[in-house]
Design a protein around this ligand. Structure first.
Ligand code: OFO
Length: 179
């Protein structure tokens, strides 16, 4: 059964929100690198790619369900923050906002009795728990390191080790490149 237009429109709005998330974190990558914190820059670059994958997972789903991904203009994100913990407070706030959006999509899927979409969305419900937890953990650590430059540099080193989560990679490969 093809996806209903109301559900398709809401998912298209979410594709835009995920792409905005990608833009926001790419903007933060540039800012952190300009602050001579390449590890945080690396973490944000990984986050940018992960958000692109979140958008692509929705994109693939719409096509699988006989729908269309209709791409809209992406709003420009902020380009600088007053402090490192302020930047991560913005990440936490943004992820909470994305979680609310995902919850509303689940509510809509239930209202439309679209169980395929509801089932699909549960991956995002779980993912948002992780997104909020990870960003909160980093925020708490940054607050503790506020006046500890050496500690901050050690933490930056730690952040440089992040590679794109193996769990995220298959999401972009939902549709095989070669049929
Ligand atoms: Fe797509 O999870 Fe963050 O925004």
């Amino acid at each position: 059964m093809a996806i209903k237009k109301e559900m398709q429109d809401a998912i298209n709005d979410q594709i835009n929100a995920e792409m905005f998330s990608a833009y926001l974190y790419l903007s933060m990558a540039s800012w952190f690198e300009d602050e001579d914190l390449p590890g945080f820059g690396n973490w944000m670059r990984c986050q940018y790619m992960e958000e692109t994958m979140h958008a692509m997972k929705f994109f693939n789903f719409l096509n699988e369900r006989g729908g269309r991904a209709v791409l809209k203009a992406i709003e420009g994100p902020d380009t600088s923050w007053k402090s490192y913990d302020e930047a991560f407070a913005a990440v936490v706030k943004h992820e909470e906002y994305i979680s609310e959006r995902i919850n509303k999509l689940v509510t809509l899927a239930r209202k439309l009795e679209d169980y395929a979409t509801e089932s699909f969305l549960l991956w995002y419900v779980d993912e948002q728990v992780e997104e909020e937890d990870t960003s909160n953990t980093i925020l708490v650590k940054l607050k503790r390191l506020k006046d500890d430059q050496n500690g901050l540099l050690r933490y930056d080193e730690e952040m440089s080790a992040r590679v794109l989560s193996a769990l995220a990679v298959p999401t972009i490969l939902d549709q095989p490149v070669v049929a």
